[in-house]
Design a binder for this molecule. Structure first.
Ligand code: HEM
Length: 170
């Protein structure tokens, strides 16, 4: 059994792995990176639900007809759900799936939650993996020193000043 995290094993050169990571492991790593990116920067900042009846949630009376905003971005950074490293970019937390990363797992909700969950989530995940795999098979890229980290809430959460990258053809 190799030591080190799944990310380290997949991305380090020998002797950690005798050869480059096998394709299925690369897809798993890519999925973990996408999951972690959607955790820290969920494009949809919140989902809204309307109370169809008077209800009591955790001691709070919510009258029928109230719109409740569920703040996805805040739930995704709550240390009581994700542990003390909640703010850290760490794809390895998804090495054992969503249930292994978050307790309870339904608090991970980049595509919403329940019966109205995103109808396009499987398509979105496949698109991301295809586009990133094609790019990574031809280029190596790093963040430009001109990058300014300022996530902005517009209609979605997005990079406030874009993401300038430096590409190198492989
Ligand atoms: C990374 C990409 C995407 C993200 C983060 C995302 C996120 C979301 C979220 C948070 C919701 C609200 C779910 C809820 O209320 O619980 C939603 C709903 C929806 N999404 Fe997406 N989405 C993405 C891509 C797509 C794509 C590619 C499609 C279609 C091709 C799509 C179609 C829909 C539809 C139709 C709904 C409404 C579902 C309903 O109300 O029953 N989404 N999405």
């Amino acid at each position: 059994m190799n030591s080190g995290s799944l990310m380290e094993r997949g991305t380090r050169s020998p002797p950690i792995l005798a050869s480059p990571a096998p394709p299925h492991l690369e897809v798993i790593l890519l999925t973990m990176v996408i999951q972690e990116t959607l955790r820290l920067y969920p494009p949809a900042a919140f989902v809204v639900r309307e109370a169809l009846n008077d209800i009591k949630l955790d001691g709070i009376n919510i009258p029928k007809g109230t719109n409740i905003r569920i703040p996805i971005a805040m739930a995704h950074r709550d240390p009581s759900l994700w542990g003390p490293s909640a703010d850290k970019f760490d794809p390895d937390r998804f090495a054992n799936g969503i249930a292994g990363a978050c307790k309870p797992p339904h608090m991970y909700m980049p595509f919403g939650v329940g019966v109205r969950t995103c109808a396009g989530q499987n398509l979105a995940m496949v698109e991301l993996k295809v586009v990133l795999s094609l790019l990574l098979s031809k280029f190596e890229f790093t963040l430009s020193p001109n990058y300014v980290h300022c996530p902005a809430f517009r209609l979605t959460i997005e990079p406030g000043k874009g993401v300038p990258l430096i590409f190198r053809e492989l």
